[in-house]
Design a binder for this molecule. Sequence first.
Ligand code: SAM
Ligand code: SF4
Length: 339
Amino acid sequence: MNLSPENIPPLEDRYRRKISYARIAVTRSCNLRCSYCMREEHENGQPSEMMSYAEIGSIIEALASMGVEKVRLTGGEPLLRRDISDIVRRAKQTPGIRRVTLTTNGLLLDRHLDGLIEAGIDALNVSIDSLDALRFREITRRDEFGRVKANLDRLISLGTIPVKVNVVMLRSINDQELPAFIELTRDNPVTVRFMELQPFDDHQIWRTGKFLGMDKIRERLLELHPEMEELQGSGTQYYSFRLPEHRGSVAIIPAYTRNFCQSCNRIRITAGGRAMSCLYEKKGTDLFEVLRSGTGNEAERQDALRALFRECIASKPEDGRKIKDAGSSAGTSMSEIGG
Ligand code: SAM
Ligand code: SF4
């Protein structure tokens, strides 16, 4: 049955949460090896395991027809895809999609930045966990600080799109760099976001005492700068601060210690083509079953995809933390689910 767009009911779960935000991992491959995310031996995916440009386009179209308005492209490292700007352009041209953003480690921005901007990207998040070359190498296992930092500097100096800088806080590894990251906000209109470590890494660094919680990070920020002005936080940026005369701001993302489930509007698509209703879900719903069935036309595929998304969202847990506590996702790398 082919419905006209205005007759397609929105994607909504049993608890009346409307799904308006899709995070799509466009590859599981990466050119860094952050120790809290993946092992050195992490195997980059085979091209055939990866969703194609056309498949990603179909997914975005089906989701947009059910009320998804915002898409974040992530990975693995999304800039490893040569067609990343085309994917951005396609997402931007999909009726209903208002905002397309991307999270990257920044290493290949020199190759892709102009294309992304030309394709209409709305904002970029760049992950960089250290502003010190040696420590950067220790964390990422790659000697690429110079290129990442130069790319970040160029992006900021262009001033064309909003930039957020993601920093995973690791106790006794990069927590002494809080002042340096705060300094970055003095002359640059960026938001530096200190993120809590989450239990999604191949070999569970998480269990080795490196976790630094939001309360501690906040305490340290206020110790360093008692004059910090607290801004209205948003859903995920729980605490948000600005220093007088700084152009940028800092925020804390308490991804582990705070529960945002009540207002969750997200669906995730893994690098292996599975829809996940929750970060903590284990299995997900296989989309290749429809995308690669080889039967039907695009309108029929759209109907079938919508049915799969509804099936997926029907099982969205009210509280993802409860299924986490049941140990469901431990050992899965963030590179597969996209963060
Ligand atoms: N490769 C890109 C990057 O690093 O920005 C995009 C994918 S990465 C999985 C997305 C975000 O997840 C990054 O900001 C990264 O630091 C974060 N991340 C990865 N593993 C994490 C973990 N175990 N806990 C918290 N954040 C994690
Ligand atoms: Fe790669 Fe991003 Fe994971 Fe680091 S956090 S290993 S850059 S996917």
